[in-house]
Design a protein around this ligand. Sequence first.
Ligand code: FNR
Length: 207
Amino acid sequence: MTGVRGGYLNPTHRRTEKEHGMSTTQKVAVLVGSIRKDSLNRKAALALAALAPAGMELQIVEINELGLYNQDLDQSPPPAWAAFRAQVNAADAVLFVSPEYNRSVPGVLKNAIDVGSRPYGQSVWSGKPGAVMSVAPGALGGFGANHHLRQSMVFLNVPMMQQPEAYVGGAANLFDETGANTNDGTKKFFENFINAFSAWIKVHTAG
Ligand code: FNR
């Protein structure tokens, strides 16, 4: 991919479709902030993937094998970091689907964000349109994680979709085993969210 690198050195820059190397398909890298097997957030990500409009493809980028970010390794990065960075670089946009841990972003997801942000000047995030959905069994729907993630994305020059906000609370009974929505209201909300994100990507990659 031939995107502009190190965008936070030039924070007003927005990538054009040409710079993105964007085809007619919108490729979305999905980062799930929980690595547990039965993760509700993973199910939510799968539900969104199934509801994505024609011309939009969601692919989960795995983050569980990255190891902890360590600046000492920037000169000779582990293969897992290089593979992760290449996968995000190849995408047109990024979607975060995450729980809240102790009112903030789970460490495993923050670690992946940090890995993608370095080496300095070569962030994979800069200029890519983004969105976040937070999912929790509790009533607050991961509000704290949702907004702490937005704070990092401001610094990383990721234009984050503002509306619809997505705080999915009471999530324990919203998905079946395959991740499909079991509730019509939630399904409609997910559909609306992913359609809005598709439109957001178009606006933020139009050249
Ligand atoms: C949680 N959980 C949680 N929930 C919440 O609404 N606010 C919070 O601050 C926290 N904090 C928290 C910390 C830690 C370490 C754990 C393990 C859990 C509960 C969390 O929302 C619940 O376990 C979700 O099911 C996690 O998402 P996945 O794994 O189902 O996607």
